[in-house]
Design a protein around this ligand. Structure first.
Ligand SMILES: Cc1ncc(COP(=O)(O)O)c(C=O)c1O
Length: 446
């Protein structure tokens, strides 16, 4: 095992440090397309887009060129009294792709802050209208980031339970988890029964609830839980009925990832507020958007004495020009490549390859939408019985895959793939071949 100087100074996110004692992190020093290379020159396929951001592969020549050009012009200017031309260009580019009703764009730095901003806007909007709505409702299994506000609407027990005690009024629905449907149905006979829980909460508490925060079509961190359009429609319908603002967290699903520009496009409904981040710069630099309807924004208008109408929120790096230039280039690539016939064909091929895994023992719950694909490892396919946690099957699978040069990062026992839009059939073939080999070896060791 190679020693990593200064590794003992590091506190790594989302990982048990005991694992790092046996398997230290791989030090990467180069990327190209779907590949990453470690300091020894070993090649790895990045099948998860480095936490779902790398939509056009690593070191994409067009995004790199845009950032390099910006680097010699301006690295940063505060976004108060000033704004960079790059950020103006980004705002114009966004206006071409965002739903027309979302007329205002607020910038922050990452997915969590995009959600925080949306939540603050929702509370302040209601306050400005003389209403005391301060609570939020969100979906079981939801994940919206790791800052406190974003965590308050998250519902993954491992991440959130400890912290929920801090928050007064948050409500959670059942999770739209089709593989283990709370109503015992399958997606074909789905009647959005899981959202009866939302109806119930809104009936009881609707008057106190400022907004509903949800991941449209795919609950990412919960394990790529892809749910039917019927459920999403029901969320919108119920929220509208109770005057609850809809905050669509498109941080992971936005910008073509699910086969539409935004996941809400699957039902053709525009939320009141939309959060976008991750793929926005194709994985280059952090920047996020909270896009807001004119109706909500209009409550914030007022003369300079109406200080209660100011949205008192901002980050030092808000609207950073380097990130903006990367985002402009990534949006151009998204428009040119992510929603084309050939992208659709590639997504269909991806979906077919996933389905072929169904003949394997212990693989179940295969699902995909656009370029999000996943399956679950189960002990018994007939009963969907889980492996005991101590078996660590998915972890073993990811370790075996890593040895073979494939990067997977399962969520619990869910193994998922998020290839870039320009992935080739050959690369997909390699991903699935290596996954199968790694799975055989991991299962043999259980
Ligand atoms: C749906 C969703 N919202 C918000 C976030 C938080 O984004 P960030 O990690 O950039 O803060 C994530 C991150 O995975 C996400 O998947």
């Amino acid at each position: 095992m190679k020693s990593l100087p200064a590794f003992d100074r590091l506190w790594m996110p989302f990982t048990s440090h005991q694992d790092y004692e046996d398997c230290p992190p791989v030090v990467i020093n180069r990327g190209e397309g779907i590949y990453l290379y470690d300091t020894d020159g070993k090649r790895y396929i990045d099948a998860v887009g480095s936490w779902w951001v790398s939509s056009f592969g690593h070191c994409n020549p067009e995004i790199s060129a845009a950032v390099k050009a910006q680097l010699d012009k301006l690295e940063h200017v505060m976004m108060a009294g000033f704004i960079s031309d790059a950020t103006m260009e980004l705002t114009a580019a966004l206006s071409e792709i965002l739903p027309k009703q979302l007329t205002k764009t607020f910038y922050s730095d990452n997915g969590s802050t995009a959600v925080e901003v949306a939540m603050k806007i929702a509370i302040q909007y209601h306050a400005l209208r003389g209403s005391e709505r301060r609570a939020f409702v969100s979906l079981g299994g939801g994940y919206h980031g790791d800052t406190l506000g974003a965590m308050s609407v998250g519902a993954i027990p491992l991440y959130h339970d400890l912290f929920h005690k801090r928050f007064k009024e948050q409500y959670f629905t059942a999770s739209p988890y089709c593989f283990r449907c709370p109503a015992g149905k399958c997606s074909k006979d789905c009647d959005a029964d899981c959202m009866n829980s939302l109806a119930h909460i809104l009936e009881q508490r609707g008057n106190n609830i400022a907004a509903c925060v949800f991941e449209p079509m795919v609950q990412g961190a919960a394990g790529m839980r892809i749910y039917p359009t019927k459920v999403l429609r029901q969320i919108f319908d119920l929220c509208r009925q109770y005057g609850v603002i809809t905050i669509a967290d498109e941080v992971a699903t936005g910008l073509g990832r699910t086969g539409k520009m935004f996941a809400c496009d699957h039902v053709g409904i525009t939320p009141d507020i939309m959060c976008v981040a991750k793929g926005l710069t194709g994985g280059y630099l952090p920047i996020a958007v909270t896009a807001v309807s004119e109706e909500i924004y209009s409550e914030f208008k007022g003369d300079h004495l109406a200080s209660n109408r100011i949205l008192n929120h901002g980050h030092t790096f808000t609207g950073n020009p380097l990130a903006s230039s990367a985002a402009v280039a990534a949006i151009k690539l998204t428009r040119e490549n992510a929603l084309t016939e050939s992208a659709r064909a590639s997504m269909a091929h991806f979906s077919e390859m996933l389905k072929h895994l169904d003949d394997r023992a212990h693989i179940s719950g295969i699902r995909s939408l656009g370029f999000v694909g996943a399956f679950e490892l189960v002990k018994d396919k007939n009963t969907k019985q889980k492996f005991p946690p101590e078996a660590r099957v998915a972890f073993k699978l990811s370790q075996k895959a890593l040895e073979k040069g494939l990067i997977l990062r399962p969520l619990g026992d869910t193994v998922y793939f998020m290839p870039p839009f320009n992935v080739t059939a050959k690369e997909l073939d390699e991903i699935f071949t290596l996954t199968k080999e790694a799975l055989n070896e991991a299962l043999a060791s259980v």
